[in-house]
Design a protein around this ligand. Structure first.
Ligand code: M6R
Length: 632
């Protein structure tokens, strides 16, 4: 959840670290802090709240030396252990003032470690699990300093710092990315990871460590992704990697194929608005090159044979939040196209109910970040049961795709706003492609049938562009409704997950009571919520699809309207049947039934962003949330 960045090089570290934190703030914004090694001493500063609070303090009364040091680390926090206060902000410094540590994750055995450290007389100055790492590292360094030649793998001058980190990591349980600096090892930053991401940026005249590449993209596009249970030590001109036992190891080298401007707001007030506008391009990019000359759908990494896919007799989709809603839509497509039973499950629930899985089960894990812990744990559970796992992910080389048997990457580009927008649309596209691929491999769809769906998908960017140009009335309506206390969403078939997604967007951005229902369920309870004037957003399927579905929801709209609801109807252009019952009509381009969520979701994203703006909220960084949920 937290964002971490480190730099060792020839330039002042503070500015580089703060720039990196600015780009990582989407990962958490409960507090921020930095530590710089300068003149053989540590200089640290940290503050509760957003990065701006820390920057203000640094601008008003910078600690001596903090602007001069060329080695530094920085952290932006999403609180787990200990509330979001100044004292719990990272970095945490060892009792002897020598070591500063930042951490992303949860150290599960921290209570035992803390008791052990306290028994040596150390008094803790925070409530965090992280602080015990700082004290343990300092103790290991002290003992290594007394024993010459403790380690050679990382170079004589800096080896003790890496060895101390390895010794500490071997004692930690849980999930962690750790970075540390040592006042007596100027010029080096050590990092370690288990179940939490860490990438190295290879610069010229300096190297970087960060939770993700956006932190250093303006300095270098050459990166190394660290493997599980590895320790890395960077200096201005070297990067050395070992496993926790001290054996030399390698990470995965990769080139970052987007640049810093892709992570900037580009003239929009919020990243979310920019990301909504980027959806036509994101969808187009995700489709790029997917159909071979022979009409076959291509995934990105496939460690499964076609026979493996033919043997599949059951599909489970696991995901969280918005990605889960993409999974719910996919169920309709996979079952319709392949006739394989498909279940969709919240990743956080999956492994705890002991699902029935075997070699002929395909588990599809959907995750924008590729680091969501609930989804990762569901995936690992599936693999333990010998199921095949296919990942849909937006982050090249993240843990979830790395641990999967097959991968289809969405090409959404960086999504910075906490609320998912282009991630959802590109996940849908990727899911459709997976469904088509399964259908094709199993011989239940002909190449021309697949090509006709792909053709429809390829028309989506143009439809989305046209749709986005018609959003002004949606924004007007959002401002008009910004003061209401409840908004309900209803839909049927693939419109039901769209209703859930619309409600989630409004909850997380506008902090408003919002609920999505399957329209047919209304009469079984939720219709009691409707009072005079309650806005109900109704997602209507195409009348050109299954007529009965369309007729049923038109009846549902009449039912809520008869009880006083103010109906906001999202329907296909030219759908005249809804006109008498729509207090507000939002027309979307004509789209085949299964693909309709690609268009019907967009007005709901625009609506939620505008309500949040009208209510004075921070659209990109809603309260209590973080972009990447790397704890269970
Ligand atoms: O990175 P992931 O796709 O695994 O994230 C899953 C959810 O945390 C995420 O979709 C979340 O619900 C959205 N950001 C909400 O807009």
């Amino acid at each position: 959840m937290c964002g971490i960045v480190g730099y060792a090089g020839g330039r002042p570290a503070l500015g580089i670290v703060l720039d990196g934190l600015r780009r990582l703030e989407y990962r958490g914004y409960d507090s921020a802090g930095v530590a710089v090694v300068a003149g053989g001493a540590l200089s640290t500063e940290k503050r509760a709240g957003k990065l701006a609070n820390l920057e203000k303090v640094l601008a008003e009364s910078a600690r001596p030396g903090i602007g001069d040091g060329t080695t530094g680390i920085g952290h932006t926090r999403w609180a787990t252990h200990g509330g979001p206060t100044d004292r719990n902000a990272h970095p945490h410094v060892s009792a002897d003032g020598r070591v500063a540590v930042i951490h992303n994750g949860i150290i599960e055995n921290f209570a035992k470690l803390r008791a052990e450290v306290e028994a040596t007389g150390v008094v803790f100055s925070s409530d965090t699990d992280t602080e015990c790492v700082a004290h343990l590292l300092a103790a290991e360094l002290a003992s290594l300093d007394g024993a010459a030649g403790a380690d050679g793998a990382d170079g004589a001058a800096t080896g003790n710092l890496a060895e101390a980190m390895r010794r500490v990591c071997r004692r930690l349980a849980g999930a962690f990315t750790l970075l540390a600096v040592d006042a007596r090892t100027p010029g080096a930053v050590v990092g370690a990871r288990r179940n939490s991401p860490l990438v190295v940026g290879r610069g010229s005249g300096g190297n970087f460590l960060a939770s993700d590449v956006s932190a250093f993209i303006e300095h270098t596009r050459e990166a190394i992704e660290l493997g599980q249970d590895q320790v890395v030590l960077i200096t201005a001109d070297a990067v050395s990697i070992t496993d926790f036992a001290g054996q030399p190891a390698t990470g995965r080298d990769f080139h970052i194929d987007w640049d810093a401007s892709a992570a900037e707001k580009g003239g929009y007030d919020y990243f979310m608005l920019k990301e909504i506008a980027e959806q036509p391009r994101a969808v187009a990019d995700t489709l790029l090159g997917r159909l071979t000359e022979t009409g076959d759908i291509m995934l990105d990494e496939v460690r499964l044979t076609d026979q493996d896919l033919r043997d599949i007799d059951k599909v489970f989709i696991v995901a969280c939040g918005t990605a889960y809603h993409a999974g719910l839509v996919t169920k309709y497509a996979i079952e319709h196209w392949t006739r394989i039973p498909c279940e969709v499950e919240l990743a956080s629930e999956f492994r705890y109910r002991d699902p029935v899985l075997d070699r002929s089960t395909l588990v599809v894990a959907i995750s924008q970040s590729g680091e969501t812990m609930d989804t990762l744990m569901a995936l690992r559970h599936a693999k333990e049961q010998k199921a095949r796992v296919l990942a849909i992910c937006n982050t090249n080389g993240a843990t979830i795709p790395r641990e999967s048997d097959a991968v289809l990457y969405t090409h959404g580009g960086p999504e910075i706003a906490v609320a998912s927008t282009k991630a959802f649309l590109t996940q849908l596209v990727a899911c459709y492609l997976v469904g088509l691929h399964l259908a094709q491999v199993r011989g239940v769809m002909y190449a021309d049938e697949v090509a006709s769906v792909v053709d429809q998908l390829q028309n989506m960017p143009a439809r989305l562009t046209r749709l986005l140009d018609t959003m002004a009335p949606v924004r007007d309506l959002a401002r008009e409704l910004a003061g209401v206390s409840t908004v309900l969403f209803i839909g049927r078939h693939v419109g039901y997950p769209v209703a859930l997604e619309g409600a989630l967007k409004l909850k997380e951005l506008a902090y408003m009571h919002a609920e999505g229902f399957a329209a047919g369920e209304l009469k079984h309870g939720p219709i009691a919520l409707i009072e005079d004037g309650t806005p109900v957003i109704c997602v209507v399927p195409s009348p050109a699809g299954r007529g009965v579905l369309h007729d049923k929801i038109v009846s549902n709209i009449q039912e809520v309207r008869a009880r006083g609801a103010r109906t906001i109807v999202i329907a296909e252009e030219g759908d005249r049947a809804v006109l008498p019952y729509a207090d507000h009509l939002i027309a979307v381009p004509k789209t085949p039934t299964l693909l309709a969520p690609l268009v019907t979701t967009v007005p709901l994203q625009v609506f939620a962003a505008e309500v949040a703006t009208a209510r004075g909220h921070d659209v990109d960084q809603p309260r209590n949330l973080a972009k990447s949920v790397t704890v269970e």
